[in-house]
Design a protein around this ligand. Structure first.
Ligand code: FAD
Length: 377
């Protein structure tokens, strides 16, 4: 095939661009260095139990965008799963985000919504006075100033410190804009999502269906560096990290990584798709029990076995999976320098996807931005 475009990365971003271009008659080669499609959303079905395992951690599709929903539902049906995430603190489960039940359980009260709101306002006043917080100087001060010390210590501090691998006092107040507190019983995690669910046949099947056009050729297990010489001037959409593309010439863009420890169990069952672990003595942040996403398949939901997966935050060095960008003024400045260098050196390359953009994006944002990009090509 004589290609019009090379797309590096077969996650949601790359696949959406490939599908849209192919629909306009463009010839596309899409590659991924992993042995599978779907990027971080990759999932596969365990043959014995029918459980759909999300290899890179739980993925729940949710969006406020009708455009994205109309697009994605051309390739899959979704079940009616609505995400909730209890958080474990001192051995007890609490609804998260913080709601009226969380507050009543933690304080051993039976507040009405109005009483709880007044009570939390008093807590904030008392604790900001105790720590002399007028203009919060770091994440910890900001957390206390938003919800009071007790809620912050119980549910935010340790989880955040595990996730970012540093004291909350070392984190900027800027990264904590707000902590949602609901003075009602709503425990939906994505309360503002107009559409949400789990794809009935898993994520990888979506991407496979997106890439069925005869105008698309797929090469897996293939890194950009393997092909770069052959396609020096072909228009390229690159959804990998820009620092790696430019051989870390200006330094490494900082990320947090993760690792997962999984096991099959017939005796342990989480009873939820995900539980957050808020305490410091538990080194992982979340446990997943994927069968609880498959509410459309009672035989899977009632399976005797559970696939339990613990998620551990990890330091990042090049070569490990880059999961969460550490966005701060220094990393933003470094990223800008890389963009300038890329423009000079490889003007045929357009960056895209969450890695190329050096941003945390949910799947719907990756799709939305990919749809936006293809309109300009
Ligand atoms: P990716 O999926 O990362 O795809 C990029 C692909 O490019 C990768 O497969 C990579 O192998 C390939 N690649 C990179 N460099 C090269 C190279 N040089 N050569 C060849 N191939 C290359 N989103 C949600 O909407 N809901 C969720 O519940 C959710 N949960 C998440 C949980 C975790 C733990 C994480 C980390 C993310 C989660 N996300 C979730 C976000 C979701 O994973 C991303 O939005 C989505 O993966 C973005 O797609 P992408 O195509 O931009 O990137």
């Amino acid at each position: 095939m004589n290609y019009d475009y090379l797309i590096v990365g077969a996650g949601f971003f790359g696949a959406t661009v490939a599908e849209r271009l192919a629909s306009r008659g463009k010839k596309v080669l899409i590659i991924d260095r992993r042995p599978h499609l779907a990027g971080n959303a990759y999932s596969y079905t365990d043959q014995e139990t029918g459980i759909e395992i999300h290899q890179y951690g739980s993925h729940i599709f949710h969006t406020e965008s009708d455009e994205v929903w109309a697009y994605i539902t051309k390739f899959t049906a979704f079940n009616n799963y609505v995400h909730t995430v209890p958080t474990r603190h001192n051995g007890k489960l609490y609804p998260m985000p913080i709601n009226l039940d969380t507050i009543n359980l933690l304080y051993g009260k039976d507040f009405t919504p109005e009483e709880a709101e007044q009570f939390i306002a008093q807590e904030i006043k008392k604790d900001t006075a105790k720590y002399h917080i007028e203009d919060p100087q770091n994440f910890e001060e900001k957390g206390i100033s938003l919800i009071g010390e007790r809620l912050y210590q119980a549910f935010i501090k340790n989880y955040t410190e595990k996730q970012w691998g540093t004291s909350a006092k070392n984190l900027s107040a800027e990264i904590l804009k707000r902590i949602p507190v609901r003075f009602n019983h709503d425990d939906r995690y994505f309360a503002s999502a107009k559409h949400q669910g789990i794809p009935k046949n898993g994520y990888t099947k979506i991407i496979e269906k997106m890439l069925t056009s005869p105008n698309i050729e797929i090469k897996l297990g293939t890194s950009y560096k393997d092909l770069a010489q052959d396609f020096k001037s072909l228009k390229t959409i690159y959804t990998g990290p820009v620092d790696e593309l430019l051989d870390y010439e200006l330094g490494v863009l900082p990320y947090r990584s993760l690792h997962f420890e999984s096991k099959w169990s017939e005796t342990e069952d989480l009873g939820h798709a995900v539980i957050n672990e808020a305490d410091a003595n538990i080194p992982y942040t979340r446990t997943h029990d994927y069968k609880y996403y498959q509410i459309h398949q009672p035989e899977v939901l009632n399976s005797k076995k559970s696939y339990l997966c613990q998620e551990f935050p990890d330091d990042y060095i090049p070569g490990k999976e880059a999961y969460y960008p550490i966005n701060n003024p220094d990393s933003a400045a470094l990223y800008q320098k890389y963009l300038e260098l890329l423009k000079q050196r490889y003007p045929h390359i357009i960056l895209g996807g969450r890695l190329g953009a050096y941003q945390y994006w949910d799947m719907d944002i990756a799709i939305k931005n990919a749809l936006g990009l293809t309109k300009t090509l």
